[in-house]
Design a protein around this ligand. Structure first.
Ligand code: ATR
Length: 276
């Protein structure tokens, strides 16, 4: 019997998830499909309450429904529990279960590109304090990093992360960022700065450690102004596309029973799609 999965969002037409899952379904010869479900906010609760009647074995959830999915899931994995957001749903004995795979996506992307990135790291600097930052900070703390400095335009949001995750999170003012970059070995941008149509993230990287790794969760464009400057300085960089590809892995495995791989071919397909 054909198994159906989909991404639920509003709007959702721009989602790259069908490309990713479609590639894996074909690669593994699985009798399944993966589509788009545009569900407006006023219908999301009803939709999720009757998920079993939707015909889907599972789904990804994107903006603006990750919190609604969190509330609707009767069981949640510890990461979703910590982040208050669910991006992956499945049914178990008719009950709706949810997970958050963004943390896995962030960490697996770094692991694949720079396997030794977390060794003796000490401190990392994270720019931004929104939903994406919460996943990144959680992921870094889970890898045992001593301290995560969080710089955000609105300081109160960085303080909220410290309140949630504890004193290993150090909120700093955006204007004090320069002093925290001195000797920094991991810099992560989670703000929307540098995204197509947004102003660039304009910071001075000269104080970073020469062995620093700079990563951006923005992937349109693939090479953000931040990554361009970092590369020009000879620093190691990791773009954000891999996070998108890796966050899809656990859902596919759960729905279709095969652990898929983020292959160079999949990455090339996604890059071609972004350029189209
Ligand atoms: P997401 O869930 O994708 O992280 P978000 O919650 O809207 O999205 O967070 C966007 C992040 O980008 C925030 O850290 C935001 O800073 P504020 O908390 O001060 O809003 C940051 N951001 C967006 N535009 C910015 C700008 N022009 N300058 C500095 N930071 C910006």
């Amino acid at each position: 019997m054909t198994r159906h999965a989909a991404v639920i969002g509003h709007p959702v037409a721009h989602s790259r998830s069908p490309l990713i899952h479609g590639y894996w379904l074909k690669q593994h010869g699985i009798d399944g499909d993966y589509g788009l479900r545009d569900v407006p906010p006023e219908r999301i609760e009803t939709f999720l309450a009757d998920f079993a009647g939707s015909g889907l074995v599972g789904a990804n959830v994107t903006v603006p429904h990750k919190e609604a999915a969190f509330r609707a899931a009767v069981e949640r994995d510890p990461v979703a529990q910590a982040l208050g957001a669910v991006n992956t749903l499945w049914l178990e004995d008719g009950r709706l279960c949810g997970a958050n795979t963004d943390v896995h996506g962030f960490l697996a992307n770094l692991d694949a590109a720079e396997p030794e990135w977390a060794r003796a790291l000490g401190e990392a600097v994270v720019l931004g304090a929104g939903g994406a930052s919460r996943a990144v900070v959680y992921g870094l703390l889970s890898r045992g990093i001593d301290r995560v400095v969080v710089a955000n335009r609105t300081r109160a949001r960085a303080e909220a992360l410290r309140d949630q995750f504890g004193p290993r999170v150090l909120p700093v003012d955006w204007r004090d960022l320069a002093s925290r970059l001195d000797g920094c070995r991991l810099l992560v941008n989670t703000t929307s700065l540098g995204m197509k149509g947004q102003p660039p993230l304009d910071i001075d990287l000269s104080a970073l450690s020469p062995d620093a790794l700079v990563t951006d969760i923005v992937y349109v464009p693939l090479e953000t102004p931040l990554l361009k400057v970092a590369k020009a300085r000879g620093l190691a960089t990791v773009d954000g596309l891999g996070m998108l590809l890796h966050q899809a892995v656990p859902g596919f495995e759960r729905w279709f029973g095969v652990r898929p791989e983020v292959t160079p071919e999949l990455r090339a397909l996604a890059i071609a799609d972004l350029a189209a």
